[in-house]
Design a protein around this ligand. Structure first.
Ligand SMILES: Cc1cc2nc3c(=O)[nH]c(=O)nc-3n(C[C@H](O)[C@H](O)[C@H](O)COP(=O)(O)O)c2cc1C
Length: 162
């Protein structure tokens, strides 16, 4: 049974959660990279707009076969209570029926429930084992690490075979 952590991160918060997970789980790690420039103030605004409008994007090429994994963690930042185009594009390319998935999201403070709703819509047929959001990860990495470890401890019965 194999697990993988797949994430998109613009400024490192979601990447940090993904890396802590991988260190604990010993699973694979797959970052999604958007070819569109998302840096800077102007692109920040466009990114929010793209997320609200449910836009797709061009992803850097990845080598991923969903059939090789039994448990898939999916993580992304909250963008205006929506999911970033990179994660949307990735999810739409795959068939999620009967996959076991776990969602995580990072954000400043609010909107994660809508992010999870969007993730659920794009992984139809999957069995969702858990959903967890983390606030302001980069500004307190030690506290975030403890939250991540507590979450994994609660999940341990469900994920111990992966
Ligand atoms: C375009 C955009 C929209 C955002 N909208 C929200 C929001 O609605 N609610 C919130 O709490 N944080 C919001 N944020 C903050 C990010 O969710 C937060 O900083 C997140 O941890 C960034 O993850 P990353 O560093 O992995 O990119 C937004 C950030 C961006 C870039």
């Amino acid at each position: 049974m194999k697990s993988i952590v797949i994430y998109y991160s613009r400024t490192g918060n979601t990447q940090y959660v993904a890396e802590v997970l991988v260190n604990k789980l010993g699973s694979g790690l797959l970052p999604l990279r958007d070819k569109k420039n998302r840096q800077g103030a102007w692109n920040y605004i466009w990114s929010g707009f793209d997320a609200i409008m449910k836009k797709r994007t061009k992803l850097e090429e990845i080598n991923f076969d969903i059939n090789n994994f039994d448990l898939i963690f999916l993580g992304c930042p909250n963008w205006a209570a929506n999911i970033p185009p990179a994660m949307r594009t990735f999810l739409e390319r795959h068939y999620w029926q009967d996959k076991k998935v776990i969602f995580f999201c990072t954000q400043e403070s609010m909107g994660a429930e809508r992010v999870f709703n969007n993730l659920r819509l794009l992984t139809k047929g999957a069995e969702i084992l858990s959903e967890k959001f983390f606030n302001k990860v980069n500004s307190n990495k030690e506290a975030s690490k403890i939250q991540i470890e507590d979450w994994l401890a609660k999940l341990s019965a469900q994920i111990r075979d992966f």
